[in-house]
Design a binder for this molecule. Structure first.
Ligand SMILES: NC(=O)c1ccc[n+]([C@@H]2O[C@H](COP(=O)([O-])OP(=O)(O)OC[C@H]3O[C@@H](n4cnc5c(N)ncnc54)[C@H](O)[C@@H]3O)[C@@H](O)[C@H]2O)c1
Length: 385
């Protein structure tokens, strides 16, 4: 692949993961931008990057940068995406794409006005090899008609009222938190595997900690430790959510999300039941795919490129028994993104999650919030931006 220059916006959890994965995908990372020049410098030094930018304008003016990765708090995504597209750069934005579906709809329309620039959203869970295997089997008809899909995305890092991150504030992360932050990964994955669109949903949300203790100073994602000084802050975003789903064609779904379940570190679980077979996968054991059957023994498929469909084998780079995980999903998504750019045919369907996918998730978030507030079923009208 012709080498393309990328730059990273955001120096936190995602900043590090993106930069490492970009390098492993063969992309030159030219520099990084943080929330202050000091943060940019510290991150550039730690990650061994040539440039520490002092502003987004300086980053976008760098002629060696063709592509911008956005890994900042959600409230900044919209403006940063707009600026990067206007500067002629390809954009890969972290999820959720925007704070509302009105904003994500605008971004979809804007991306269409820049047809020679790739625009993606980092729904990386799709790229676990065994999620791709599940996709190949479900879409290939091995399960038959899908009856229902059940699952969850559950974490424990916000378990206590002393746990704090920008995400808990509506102004920083959006009106929905657990659903938007992790639930949309599950919803995107279900769509990627089954191709089914949600037609109606019914949601119940709950804020376990209506007041949290905010440390004075910035807190990065998944960083723990008791701050010496805290202040009480009212929290409106949910720690827990349960969503009933009705898909086009009649399949049913159940999703629950929680960021307050002790011991579940980062656990996405998914079970698809079809008329012939079922399958089940979970992110904390990502190299195993459970295959259920009624008239023969169930099977556990271990990730081994020699045993996978061509779609999944492409993303399984190590031989069987050599586990692949979270960081590898970023590398695989970036390979698709930069492979598409290098191929140069922007009329071809993008193989990576697009702004349209990001917008689908925002529409689902809006419907989930509306359903919770109204206390009943809400319909999604069509899928258009
Ligand atoms: N795909 C995934 O698996 C995944 C995982 C975690 C987070 N995310 C998403 O990534 C984004 C970032 O989350 P995170 O967990 O890395 O958060 P984080 O708090 O660890 O990092 C955010 C970084 O953005 C920096 N920042 C703030 N304002 C900035 C500005 N104006 N310019 C440049 N940098 C600025 C902060 O200093 C911080 O370093 C969020 O949208 C989140 O939803 C995705």
């Amino acid at each position: 692949m012709e080498r393309i220059g990328a730059a990273m916006v955001g120096t936190g959890f995602m900043g590090r993961v993106h930069v490492e994965a970009l390098r492993r995908a063969g992309v030159d990372v030219r520099g990084i931008l943080g929330s202050s020049p000091d943060k940019s410098r510290a991150a550039a030094k730690q990650l061994g990057l040539p440039r520490a930018y002092t502003s987004l304008g300086e980053l976008l003016a760098d002629r060696e940068v063709q592509s911008v990765h956005i890994g900042t708090p959600n409230k900044l995504h919209g403006a940063q995406v707009r600026a990067a597209l206007a500067a002629g750069k390809h954009v890969l934005c972290e999820k959720p794409l925007a704070l509302t579906s009105a904003e994500s709809s605008d971004l979809v329309a804007l991306a269409r006005k820049h047809p020679q620039q790739a625009a993606g959203v980092n729904y990386n869970m799709r790229y676990y090899p065994l999620c791709l295997e599940a996709r190949a089997r479900v879409r290939g008809g091995a399960l038959g008609r899908v009856f229902h899909i059940a699952g969850s995305y559950v974490q424990d890092w916000l378990l206590r009222e002393t746990d704090y991150n920008w995400r808990v504030l509506e102004a920083e992360g959006g009106a929905l938190r657990a659903v938007a932050d992790i639930g949309t990964h599950w919803l995107d994955l279900v769509h990627a595997i089954t191709g089914l669109e949600v037609e109606e949903l019914c949601a119940d949300l709950h804020t376990v900690h209506p007041v949290r203790k905010r440390p004075k100073g910035e807190v990065e994602t998944f960083k723990r430790g008791q701050a010496a000084e805290t202040e009480a802050v009212a929290i409106g975003t949910e720690d827990y959510g349960a969503v009933l789903l009705r898909f086009a064609g009649g399949a049913r779904g159940t999703l629950w999300v929680s960021q307050v379940t002790a011991g579940r570190k980062n656990c996405l679980r998914l079970e698809v039941a079809g008329e012939h077979r079922a399958l089940s996968w979970e992110s904390e054991r990502p190299n195993e795919l459970w295959l259920g059957a009624r008239d023969e023994p169930n099977a556990l498929l271990l990730k081994d490129p020699a045993l996978l469909s061509p779609l999944a084998a492409r993303s399984a780079e190590q031989p069987g028994g050599h586990n692949e995980g979270y960081a590898d999903t970023f590398k695989q998504l970036f390979r698709d993104f930069y492979g598409y750019i290098a191929a140069g045919d922007f009329s071809a369907p993008p193989p990576f999650p697009t702004f349209a996918d990001g917008h689908r998730e925002m529409r689902l978030c809006d419907a989930i919030l509306a359903s919770h507030r109204q206390g009943g079923w809400v319909q999604l009208n069509g899928g258009e931006a």
